[in-house]
Design a protein around this ligand. Structure first.
Ligand SMILES: Nc1nc2c(ncn2[C@@H]2O[C@H](COP(=O)(O)OP(=O)(O)OP(=O)(O)O)[C@@H](O)[C@H]2O)c(=O)[nH]1
Ligand SMILES: [Mg+2]
Length: 206
């Protein structure tokens, strides 16, 4: 799949405004600075599409992008120490409402840094996803920061740590484009399954 002409749609700070669409919605989540916005730009082949930042914790809103066949939602990052308790509470409320809303998303791409084992916050996020029975894919970002020979070992460790197995973890680099095709193929599979489900339920309704 090649993404052509991805566009920013809107930013949302409140559950009242969650986007609902007839197209599938795939959300990207992960701790602050893990590379969510950079990965979105890499997938879209558009550098300035999602704002990236050297200052972690910049994205406080859900930013929606039109990716043609699907909509991509860039979720606000977590685990940033300098965020106040009231900000953290606001974040948790927004995320809980988002994950609980069955119309607002279909699949989650969760990002972790390939260099480190997942944090406590990452494990909480995985638990969130499990408890809302949300299908997800884990992406290990910044693969260019480690030697190619270490990628296998790191992906395996992350898969073990999250108790999901290494086949659910895709290593990527927004810098070099490493793993981008693999992730796009995964997204294609996800879209295929969603379309099949839709077809099946439409048939049952007859
Ligand atoms: N080397 C390398 N750097 C990356 C990669 N992806 C992101 N970065 C850098 O990591 C920093 C954070 O990237 P962002 O894409 O803004 O991260 P984010 O997850 O969107 O951060 P928040 O929106 O603050 O939660 C930036 O300095 C990026 O240039 C990557 O694949 N390789
Ligand atoms: Mg961001």
């Amino acid at each position: 799949m090649i993404i052509k002409n991805a566009k920013f749609i809107t930013s949302v700070a409140d559950s009242k405004n969650f986007l609902v669409s007839d197209r599938p919605i795939i959300a990207v989540c992960g701790k602050s600075n893990v590379g969510k916005s950079s990965l979105i730009n890499a997938l879209a082949n558009k550098k300035g599409l999602a704002r990236t930042s050297v200052t972690p914790g910049r994205t406080r809103l859900i930013n929606y992008f039109d990716f043609g066949e699907f909509i991509l939602a860039d979720l606000p990052g977590y685990g940033f120490a300098k965020v106040s308790d009231s900000e953290k509470k606001k974040w948790a409320k927004l995320m809980e409402e988002y994950f609980a809303s069955d119309k607002a998303l279909n699949h989650v791409i969760m990002l972790v840094d390939i260099r480190h084992d997942p944090t406590k916050d990452d494990l909480s996020m995985i638990n969130y996803l499990h408890s809302y029975a949300l299908p997800f894919t884990v992406v290990a970002t910044k693969a260019d920061k480690i030697g190619k020979t270490r990628i296998y070992e790191r992906v395996k460790s992350i898969g073990n740590y999250l108790a999901i197995g290494m086949d659910k973890v895709i290593a990527t680099s927004a810098e070099t484009g490493y793993g981008k095709d693999k992730l796009l193929t995964k997204i294609e599979e996800v879209l295929q399954i969603l379309n099949d489900d839709f077809y099946n339920s439409a048939e049952e309704d007859e």
